[in-house]
Design a protein around this ligand. Structure first.
Ligand code: SF4
Length: 225
């Protein structure tokens, strides 16, 4: 059974270029200080099961391109595999927002996935400072390399708060991503809306992005998170 904390019936922003329904799955093992979905950290925040999602999809056949599983961290629930299979059987494409914490479960989900939005939060040697959990960088690298190896459409996203990442950190991340073959990268400027408020209310601007980075990617976007 899935534990779903909320469903957005129509979204044009959660899967770029697609009209998608978004299911926000409850539960996340990490504790990023800028998290805008901290109300979904606990699995108990999932007050709906998958029946509400599939009832919606039955009504939306032909009206939606796909379903995005988001969170929280959707791969924290093993039920996401069967749910994705059912979504595909109904004729919808499946997208995924993930932090990369569960590479083995991501591997199981791969046959059903058309698109992945993967967070890369920091240079690898500083990763645990953001997630506040030990050993997270290896998991994300394994997830990232798996998606790249299988050629699934990928957007990497990096949330930037100026107290957490310097411009040099952003350069380190961008160069690493380009060297691995990532073609689409979005920097999401920190916004305090929906967070726990533990970070200073500061942000960054497009002119803070080191100038050599955007040209390393086929698609680069600076976004308000
Ligand atoms: S991994 Fe995502 S959902 Fe989990 S704490 Fe970090 S930002 Fe929030």
């Amino acid at each position: 059974m899935l534990r779903i904390g909320g469903i957005t019936p129509f979204s044009t922003v959660d899967w770029p270029g697609k009209l998608a329904c978004v299911a926000f799955l409850a539960g996340c093992p990490w504790r990023c200080p800028y998290c805008q979905n901290h109300r979904l950290w606990q699995a108990s925040a999932g007050t709906q099961d998958e029946s509400s999602l599939f009832a919606l999809l039955e009504q939306r056949r032909g009206l939606l391109d796909g379903v995005v599983f988001s969170g929280g961290e959707p791969l924290a629930q093993d039920g996401v595999i069967d749910a994705a299979r059912r979504v595909c059987e109904l004729g919808f494409a499946v997208g995924l927002h993930t932090c990369g914490a569960y590479p083995e479960r991501l591997r199981e989900l791969m046959p059903y996935l058309a698109w992945v939005g993967l967070d890369v939060k920091a240079p690898w040697d500083g990763y645990d400072n953001i997630t506040r959990v030990h050993g997270t960088a290896d998991l994300v690298q394994e997830s990232l390399d798996m998606v790249l190896d299988l050629g699934i459409e990928l957007e990497v996203r990096t949330t930037w708060h100026p107290d957490l990442l310097t411009p040099d950190d952003i350069s380190t991340i961008g160069l690493d991503l380009a060297n691995r073959g990532v073609r689409t990268w979005a920097i999401q400027a920190y916004r305090s809306i929906g967070t726990t408020g533990e970070l200073a209310d500061k942000t960054v601007y497009p002119f803070d992005v080191p100038s050599q980075l955007p040209q390393l990617f086929e698609q680069f976007e600076f976004r308000r998170a």
